[in-house]
Design a protein around this ligand. Structure first.
Ligand SMILES: [Zn+2]
Length: 502
């Protein structure tokens, strides 16, 4: 029976965040070891869910040491990185070797000592298993893909959707490539193309624009069958590392004549288009005050909510989740029948617990990590309405039926706004994050979320309109407000570029 290693090690590291990512941060989010994984993931539309089904179909013994992902935040500690990598590599030894590996990584993890954390994992795995064992990796399309990753793996497979609702399908794709490689039918290799760009492809939005254009072309090429996988990465620009930026990674069959050249030419052509369209931006950002004013003007007699997304304090991109500028604007506008998700602030929740459910309290709210980014602490008087343990079942298109833990959570009502507080940071991407706390977002006049884009999968269908706000928090796309020291230079849009090649 073929032994296939499967593991999740995922983190999107915002190197501008002051909040380091230790092992406890992984344990707070999605952390399962060994035999806990089938129980948590079998039957779900997750990457591991797809991997288990593929293993069943192909008759593999799946070796599954770890499923660990932490909410996006600051640099991963060396201790956490070595622990995670150790779990994966030790499993190879314990199994007495493997026939293939199917890893589910993010692609934008930065660890202390390793700017290219995934590259380092893959380098060590390759060293251990030798050149012949095929390694397929699924990755977030927001990964910063590096030459080390491309040379260490046999296939780098990006999600094709943003919101990322095809993680299950990507796992299947990786498994199929591995099965064909183990059968000796193909010898997959990866080519990588990049340009002197920090950001591009409209941050990966697949609803239209250049990202959709290239993803659609990639799908057509995959269906034609000459190339094994065509992966378009928008990259993750809030990462001050040398290898930051969009890329295209194509897996081809090195046994078939001419495929290497075709893959190289296609990847370069895609990146030429990525460069040409670098200015394309689908979104218009409002200030928090503009958004709140619009919400107030429209709130009477509506049957569906206006959804206001704070794009820039997105906990899914490393935002602290505790910035207050949008909340303050909504309170100042005296919105009625509104809901706000969320302020990540365990201290405020402790204050609420002290006051007790049903009672009025005055508490210090948010803005504690960095009052210069997105609004400092607010002192608010309101009513403690709900306290719970933060368990959420995410059945929306992003969740796929998995359980999420937000830790002690609270609903605190100020004026006409139900404000959600959470202990474990996380962006709003599932209606369950409101409904688990007794708030029906579909019945509100205004619903605020902290998220760039993933919220759209669940919240756009219930909304009458979606607008996005720049509160000048950690995920702002005003890149000139960040100090880049390590990114390769010159790089667009920080520098003048005469030759975009890289
Ligand atoms: Zn992503």
């Amino acid at each position: 029976m073929r032994r296939v290693l499967c593991a999740v090690m995922a983190h999107e590291t915002n190197t501008f965040s002051k909040d380091p990512t230790d092992l406890a941060a992984f344990k707070r989010r999605d952390f399962y070891l060994g035999n806990q994984i089938p129980e948590a993931r079998r039957g779900t539309r997750s990457n591991f869910g797809g991997s288990f089904e593929a293993a069943d179909k192909f008759g593999w013994q799946l070796i599954h040491p770890i499923n660990a992902s932490a909410n996006p935040s600051g640099t991963v500690t060396r201790e956490a990185f070595e622990y995670l990598v150790g779990q994966i590599l030790d499993a190879v030894d314990q199994a007495g070797g493997i026939d293939a590996a199917l890893l589910h990584l993010h692609g934008a993890m930065v660890a202390e000592g390793f700017e290219d954390a995934e590259g380092e994992l893959l380098r060590r795995l390759r060293e251990k298993v030798g050149p012949k064992v095929p390694i397929a990796v699924t990755l977030d399309l927001h990964g910063n893909i590096t030459p080390l990753m491309a040379e260490s793996a046999n296939a780098l497979i990006a999600f094709k959707t943003y919101p990322h609702i095809d993680q299950y399908e990507c796992a299947w794709k990786g498994a199929e490539i591995l099965e064909r490689a183990m059968n000796g039918e193909i010898e997959p290799r990866v080519v990588l193309a990049r340009r002197a760009m920090l950001t591009g492809l409209d941050m990966g939005r697949t609803q239209g624009g250049p990202m959709k254009e290239l993803v659609d072309q990639g799908i057509a090429l995959e269906e034609k069958g000459d190339l094994l996988s065509v992966s378009v990465f928008a990259g993750f620009p809030h990462s001050d590392i040398r290898e930051v930026g969009p890329s295209v990674a194509i897996a081809y069959d090195a046994k078939a004549a001419g495929r290497a050249e075709e893959a190289r030419a296609t990847a370069e052509r895609f990146m030429d288009r990525c460069w040409e369209t670098r200015d394309f931006a689908a979104l218009t950002f409002l200030t928090p005050e503009q958004a709140a004013k619009k919400a107030k003007a429209e709130e009477q007699g509506v049957t569906k909510p206006l959804v206001i997304a704070d794009y820039t304090d997105n906990p899914g991109g490393g935002g602290y989740g505790d910035t207050t500028a949008l909340l303050k604007a909504m309170i100042d506008a005296d919105l009625q029948n509104a809901a706000f998700h969320a302020i990540c602030d365990p201290e405020a929740i402790a204050e609420g617990i002290k006051a007790g459910v049903g009672n009025t309290a005055t508490i210090s709210v948010g803005g504690k990590w960095d009052p210069t980014k997105g609004g400092g602490p607010l002192t608010l008087t309101g009513k403690v309405r709900v306290i719970n343990d933060g368990e959420v079942w995410a059945y929306g298109p992003m969740g796929g039926g998995v359980r999420r833990e937000y830790g002690l959570s609270m609903v605190f009502r100020v004026g006409g706004i139900d404000i959600v507080f959470i202990t474990n940071n996380g962006q709003a991407l599932d209606l369950g994050q409101y409904t688990a706390l007794g708030i029906d977002p579909a019945r509100k006049a205004t619903v605020a979320v902290k998220s760039m884009h993933h919220f759209r999968a669940a919240f756009q269908p219930i909304s009458r309109e979606v607008i996005v706000v720049d509160s000048n928090s950690l995920c702002s796309e005003n890149f000139k407000t960040f100090t880049f020291k390590n990114a390769h230079r010159p790089i667009w849009p920080l520098d003048e570029i005469t030759d975009p090649s890289r």
